[in-house]
Design a protein around this ligand. Structure first.
Ligand SMILES: Cc1cc2nc3c(=O)[nH]c(=O)nc-3n(C[C@H](O)[C@H](O)[C@H](O)COP(=O)(O)O)c2cc1C
Length: 327
């Protein structure tokens, strides 16, 4: 069982990873529907939150059916992060998650995200002060270290636990790896099986199938698995994994017709949340992933990513259904 504060999740907990421009409410709606146990907002810049930047502020919105949900924050200034955590807590999330893993150059080289892995005393002080400042569980998501010469996750896990962090998500890569190569779960497993680490350890990196999820739970004994990229265009991965773990049988793949319905639902949620045309524009990045295995899809794709009109988009989706009725 995964226990973070009052949150208790039984039987192979699966978490939706925070992903910028992806895990906004319309995508979270679908992931929740398919069984994601805990979800996170996109990361939010602490400085922007303090300055009341509207776009960042909007990311704090949480709907009740989404719970439990975490708001993720990043930044390199302790004071700003503490202030941002207080603001985020007012939005009443179930968790505040601190991003100590983002590899993006302009974030990490300024000392935020994975940059925090290069200043562990500051990371610990930041965590301590935020834990003290809010009355909900504070968790951390990070990587193994800055690069292969500075793998610090074992020390970091112990010290974050001592600082009052209530769960630790580890992406099995270094900052230098970005998203390249294969995630290395061996250290994640080592930390999970270290008797002095009592907080839940959530494994993350490259889980993209029911079989892989089963293997990671069995091999590394993690308290939960967090899934990112494999859920994009495939939010039903959560139910596929859950079904496989329960029954050892795989659910049939969704037909194209079912995928069309999924994409439509996503689009409608996107419109509901962001209105037109933003809801239409922001949906564009998802279509190719919903239909990624289809041959000769170019023309449909072009229509989906250029059309500004909701009826036209729905017509194209219906035509996809007809054209690929055998798939
Ligand atoms: C498009 C995209 C956006 C991401 N944004 C965030 C983010 O806002 N916060 C964060 O902690 N990680 C972010 N990540 C990293 C993911 O949460 C996750 O750690 C990483 O993708 C590895 O997991 P996966 O192999 O299951 O995708 C992002 C990843 C992608 C692909």
């Amino acid at each position: 069982m995964l226990k973070i504060g009052q949150i208790e999740i039984k039987d192979f907990p699966l978490l939706l990873a925070p992903m910028e421009d992806i895990t906004e409410p319309s995508f979270r709606y679908l992931c929740k529907k398919f069984g994601a146990d805990i979800m996170y907002t996109e990361f939010i810049a602490s400085e922007a939150l303090i300055r009341n930047v509207e776009k960042s502020y909007k990311k704090l919105s949480i709907l009740d059916y989404e719970r439990p949900v975490g708001i993720q924050l990043y930044g390199h200034q302790i004071d700003a992060m503490v202030e941002a955590a207080k603001i985020a807590a007012e939005a009443k999330p179930d968790i505040i998650d601190l991003n100590f893993g983002c590899p993006v150059k302009k974030i990490a080289t300024r000392g935020a995200g994975a940059g925090m892995l290069r200043d562990i005393p500051k990371m610990i002080e930041m965590a301590k002060q935020i834990v003290k400042a809010v009355d909900i569980p504070v968790t951390v998501k990070t990587r193994l270290g800055w690069d292969s010469d500075s793998i610090v996750i074992e020390e970091v896990a112990q010290r974050l636990q001592d600082a009052g962090i209530q769960a630790l998500t580890i992406h099995g890569r270094t900052r230098a790896q970005l998203y390249k190569g294969e995630a290395d779960w061996t250290l994640i497993g080592k930390i999970k099986n270290n008797p002095s680490i009592k907080i839940p350890v959530i494994g993350n990196g490259d889980v993209n199938s029911p079989e892989k999820a089963k293997e990671m739970f069995q091999k590394y004994n993690v308290d939960a698995i967090m899934i990112g990229r494999a859920s994009i265009g495939h939010p039903h991965i959560f139910s596929e994994i859950k079904h496989f773990l329960k029954t050892n049988e795989k659910l049939p793949e969704l037909s194209v017709s079912q995928k069309v319905e999924l994409a439509k639902e996503h689009l409608l949620q996107s419109l509901k949340w962001k209105g037109s045309p933003r809801g239409i524009y922001e949906m564009r990045r998802h279509y190719t992933l919903y239909f990624k295995s289809l041959p000769n899809f170019k023309e449909f794709k072009l229509k989906l990513v250029t059309s500004e009109n909701i009826d036209e988009i729905c017509d194209t989706l219906e035509n996809i259904k007809k054209n690929y009725s055998d798939f």
